[in-house]
Unconditional design. Structure first.
Length: 123
């Protein structure tokens, strides 16, 4: 079961459909770069790190989609990734995947999702 975390990332309405944005998640020592893609009424989260070179994918701040807004594209070397699963479909990292980050939408706001098991309690 997924529940929403405590810290809002971005308002859903701030991202076009299709569209994208990038945010940094607070983390001790170094922020974690995250990309959020909105497509066909759904949101997808991935680390904003290319599996080939470890560079950010955005070619302009927050822009990770190709011109047709059908694929995620790496600004460094043009690798293309499917939006719905992060699978590389062309480029030097063909077959690799982006690292998925589960998201949750609540009341028009996007959060990180927290996976809960039946043994978790709400103490």
């Amino acid at each position: 079961m997924n529940t929403c975390g405590d810290e809002p990332l971005v308002a859903l309405g701030a991202i076009d459909d299709p569209g994208s944005t990038t945010v940094d998640i607070a983390n001790p020592g170094r922020p974690i770069p995250l990309m959020i893609v909105r497509h066909a009424g759904k949101v997808f989260g991935y680390l904003n790190i290319c599996p080939h070179l470890g560079t950010p994918l955005d070619w302009n701040p927050g822009a990770v989609l190709d011109r047709e807004r059908r694929s995620i594209i790496c600004a460094t070397h043009g690798a293309r990734f499917r939006i719905h699963d992060g699978q590389c479909i062309s480029g030097p990292c063909f077959g690799d995947r982006l690292t998925a980050i589960p998201l949750c939408v609540q009341a028009g706001v996007i959060f990180l999702a927290q996976t809960r098991t039946s043994s978790d309690s709400d103490d």
